[in-house]
Design a protein around this ligand. Structure first.
Ligand SMILES: Cc1cc2nc3c(=O)[nH]c(=O)nc-3n(C[C@H](O)[C@H](O)[C@H](O)COP(=O)(O)OP(=O)(O)OC[C@H]3O[C@@H](n4cnc5c(N)ncnc54)[C@H](O)[C@@H]3O)c2cc1C
Length: 446
């Protein structure tokens, strides 16, 4: 199929570099790429046509849902932009409760709004503009991860366009291995045009914002101790950031989310933390879930993201030494970020082999990164930071791919334990033997 035939075949739009609109269409939350062709699909058939076009020309497919990942910034290939596939439909689950059918290009902010109006929720990420697609296929650590697990843990089915352009309905009964792979194996197996999730009843949420000053070590130790015994309705995020953008105030803070509308329960859970020097409760109030999701605007096209030294890790134990190493990393250079998210609870209930997601024994997710700004960071500093990060990473039981900005093809080998990787490679060989879907943390077909 040539480009002219593709233009005729799809009901959405097809843009090549010479076309008006291509330049604007290639921009994403993650920045600019230079795809050969952009297909803005608006139907299931369009997705099949776009995949067939790419496969026939031996071109790689770049999939865009929320557009937050670094693959959107690579060159060449056929960019399949799913943004228009943004439907959110709530149906009755034959097994009881509610199922939510979500278009492959939808964003979590829109999903949360529809569900909140019906007293329902799904554990998504923390940001409204992030895509259901990328977040779920990579796992999805959200504001209710201790209550309900990963976003991927709530996935019960999908509709998928294969590397041959065929449409498959995926359930645990019809294709158990493929469904398993979609719960954390990334965009390796096809283009998901519809995600089916089991939703949870959610009357509302309570959000607490705590200011943190002084030495973060005893504060993080107290936070760890609180979470060790806390009800699973509680999920927390600790963040310490430099002045970066007007939407994210500089300094350290803790955000605590309670899945439910019981303000006193959250107040009681946090009480021990408020006795620690340097912690103040700035706000605690009942909210609706979509209102607590953050925003993340699309950057100006010329805005360049600096490189990043450091990484993320899934920690089975946040002991005092681990806390010291993380805080020391942050203190060693002003242009750095430290982020910790509580895990455990429902996240830890899921057996390790039930999904490809690594390290179900993790109790905390930690990310420490220094901006590698030319002129500000010299070689000696870079080496020190890399060494400091390696020591932290050695304490972890795995790395979370969705929080990595690398597009290094070998990275998937670090993400998945050997047995998981072998199983993913076998599923890949069945569904995408020619590796058409390679622009992701790539699983090479067995
Ligand atoms: C501001 C910000 C906040 C974040 N917050 C969180 C958070 O709270 N929790 C968390 O776990 N992660 C979070 N992340 C990481 C996020 O999960 C990843 O960046 C994810 O890849 C974004 O998905 P996307 O759909 O927006 O991106 P995209 O770039 O559109 O997609 C990423 C990749 O996923 C695959 N993909 C996406 N949709 C489909 C589909 N329908 N079918 C097949 N493949 C598909 C493709 O391989 C694609 O290249 C955050 C990232 C940012 C930038």
């Amino acid at each position: 199929m040539d480009l002219a035939a593709l233009r005729t075949a799809v009901s959405g739009s097809v843009l090549a570099a010479e076309d008006q609109g291509w330049d604007a269409a290639r921009n994403s939350h993650a920045g600019l790429g230079r795809p050969d062709v952009i297909v803005r699909v608006d139907s299931l058939d369009d997705v099949s046509e776009a995949v067939r076009f790419a496969a026939a020309g031996h071109r790689e497919v770049v999939v865009r849902a929320g557009g937050h990942s670094a693959w959107c910034t690579l060159d060449d290939g056929v960019l399949v932009d799913l943004t228009a596939l943004d439907s959110v439909e709530v149906v009755e689950d034959p097994d009881g409760g509610a199922l939510v059918r979500i278009g492959g290009g939808a964003r979590w902010g829109d999903v949360a709004r529809v569900l909140s109006d019906r007293g329902l929720g799904i554990s998504s990420g923390d940001t409204a503009s992030v895509g259901v697609g990328g977040l779920t296929l990579g796992g999805g650590i959200g504001l209710m991860v201790r209550a309900w697990g990963l976003a991927a843990d709530q996935l019960v089915g999908a509709q998928l366009v294969t590397a041959q352009g065929e449409v498959v309905e995926v359930t645990d009964a019809s294709h158990p291995d493929l469904l398993w792979a979609l719960r954390g194996g990334g965009g390796n197996f096809g283009i998901v045009t519809r995600f089916d999730f089991r939703a949870h009843d959610l009357s509302g949420v309570v959000l607490a914002e705590l200011g943190v000053s002084g030495n973060a070590r005893p504060i993080l130790a107290a936070l760890r101790d609180v979470l060790a015994d806390a009800p699973r309705e509680l999920t927390v995020t600790f963040m310490d950031v430099p002045a970066m953008d007007p939407n994210a105030p500089a300094g350290a803070s803790i955000v605590a989310v309670w899945a439910g509308s019981d303000e006193e329960a959250l107040r009681a859970a946090l009480a021990p933390l408020l006795t620690v020097e340097g912690v103040v409760l700035n706000d605690l109030a009942a909210r609706v879930y979509p209102d607590i999701l953050l925003d993340h605007p699309v950057p100006e096209p010329e805005q360049q993201m600096p490189g990043f030294l450091g990484g993320n890790t899934l920690l089975p134990e946040l002991d005092d030494d681990a806390i010291d190493a993380l805080v020391s990393f942050r203190e060693s250079t002003p242009a750095s970020v430290l982020l910790l998210r509580s895990l455990g609870g429902a996240f830890g209930d899921v057996p390790q082999d039930a999904t490809p997601f690594p390290a179900r024994n993790a109790t905390w997710f930690a990310m420490a990164g220094a901006f590698d700004i030319p002129g500000l960071v010299d070689d000696a500093q870079r080496a020190r930071l890399e060494e400091a990060w390696a020591a932290i990473e050695a304490r972890g039981a795995g790395v979370y791919g969705n929080f990595s900005t690398t597009t290094d093809p070998a990275f998937a080998e670090r993400m998945y334990p050997a047995g998981t990787m072998a199983r993913l490679a076998a599923v890949k060989a069945t569904w995408d033997p020619r590796n058409v879907f390679a622009r992701n943390h790539n699983v090479v077909p067995a």
